[in-house]
Design a protein around this ligand. Structure first.
Ligand SMILES: [Fe+2]
Length: 422
């Protein structure tokens, strides 16, 4: 099979120029609207504001993992689209609840990491009460306000604790023990949103408890959709030398099915990875329940979650837009909770060799999304992105990108391919 790109010393036989003048370049491509994207949706702050309310505050979002709050009264802070602060707490009934991390008094952030303190720099801990630093109001793990400093003296009978609890956010734990939240109080259950899209890896995720072993954060100068595009198509395996060596050369690679599911989710990964063909790769000996040796499974959850099981480790990406041009990407590595220390060390080694900061894959996606962002800045005049590959819903078909933007358009009630979107 041909995975070759022309080398620099090969000459082209053509002599005629097919470059375009400005008018030709700006012209909408002669393709169906479903197959093109107006780059305005990556650079327009007004569209970002609409995305926050129409998408990010309407759908279920994976946030973190239950093993990050293992004990009663453990808490963990995080944020959702647009930097909205939230806090998750495990109550003494063992249930994990999520609250908007804002005090009922003046909307000060309640649970915070003290600036400048390395020891307390982690956004997590264990506490009987969440105390607002501003005026000392306190809340418990159920979100109830349990203490107002000098309550009666100031509010008499006009305000009381019972009316001043935290804003609770719908929370469910599922699909490998991830903690999911939904800002919409009227939303349906998580299982309805995910549907059958994680069935392919159900055995790996839910046979026995998983445990987080690695957490990375990348703050990337790109629109969140541009990074997520790298999870929605596999044509860009050309970007990754490691993938070219271990996947693209394997017989059957181009025959892999790429399936789309309701609510914008997308599934691929029925293949195995051939580590022997990449110099420096150790052969994998560990796996997950029901996963064949060196197996690979991949599911993306709209709008920005990705489950990726690669032989001995699971990676879950949680992508949070900060603004139209900045994105926080949280990356977690998982093994089985019952791993021996030796097994865990091996899983971590396997994981970081591919997805670690100095690995063979993930940083290339991060770099590419930023480089692409430089290309489509307003000033460049670049208007059109193309997602038009049709290969019978196989691995290099861009059907996953088209399905993503179809769901985006449905929730936004606007086309992703209209000229002058605003
Ligand atoms: Fe990639």
């Amino acid at each position: 099979m041909n995975i070759k790109i022309k080398s620099l010393n090969e000459t082209s036989e053509k002599t005629k120029s097919y470059s375009r003048n400005k008018k030709q370049w700006l012209k909408k491509p002669d393709l169906p609207d479903t197959h093109i994207i107006n780059t305005d949706i990556y650079t327009n702050p007004a569209i970002f504001d609409e995305e926050v309310s129409n998408i990010w505050h309407k759908v279920w979002l994976p946030i973190c993992h239950e093993s990050e709050l293992p004990e009663i009264l453990d808490y963990r802070t995080s944020s959702i689209a647009g930097n909205v602060p939230i806090v998750m707490v495990r109550g003494n009934d063992n249930k994990i609840r999520t609250f908007l991390n804002l005090c009922s008094h003046r909307n000060n952030i309640v649970v915070r990491s003290p600036a400048g303190s390395l020891k307390n720099a982690e956004p997590s801990g264990n506490s009987n009460y969440m105390t607002c630093m501003y005026h000392g109001w306190q809340f418990d793990a159920y979100g109830s306000c349990v203490e107002i400093s000098r309550e009666k003296a100031g509010y008499q009978d006009r305000l009381c604790k019972d009316k001043l609890g935290l804003r609770e956010i719908k929370t469910e734990v599922g699909f490998g023990g991830m903690i999911w939240i939904n800002m919409d109080d009227e939303c349906g259950p998580l299982s309805e949103f995910v549907g059958n899209s994680l069935d392919l890896m159900k055995e790996q995720l839910d046979t026995e408890p998983l445990e987080i072993f690695l957490f990375q954060k990348s703050r990337v100068k790109c629109n969140y959709k541009l990074f997520f595009d790298t999870s929605r198509e596999f044509y860009h395996d050309y970007l990754h030398f490691h993938n070219r060596q271990t996947s693209m050369v394997k017989p059957g690679y181009f025959d892999q099915e790429y399936s789309q599911f309701p609510n914008g989710h997308s599934v691929s990964g029925f293949t195995t990875v051939d580590y022997s063909s990449h110099q420096g790769s150790a052969l994998r000996t560990l796996t997950f329940p029901g996963l064949p040796p060196n197996g690979w499974r991949h599911t993306t959850i709209f709008p920005a979650g990705a489950y990726n099981i690669r032989t001995s480790s699971l990676r879950v990406n949680v992508i949070m837009p900060i603004s139209d041009r900045e994105t926080l990407i949280e990356i977690r590595g998982f093994g089985l909770k019952r791993d021996t220390p030796e097994e865990r060390a091996l899983r971590i080694k396997d994981y970081v060799s591919v997805w670690g900061p100095f690995g063979w894959n993930l940083h290339e996606d991060l770099l590419c999304a930023q480089v692409q962002t430089q290309g489509i800045q307003k000033g460049s005049g670049a208007i059109w992105n193309i997602a038009a590959r049709e290969e019978g819903n196989k691995v290099h078909d861009e059907v996953g990108v088209r399905a993503y933007y179809a769901e985006w358009s449905r929730l936004m009630r606007r086309s992703h391919s209209t000229e002058n979107n605003i």
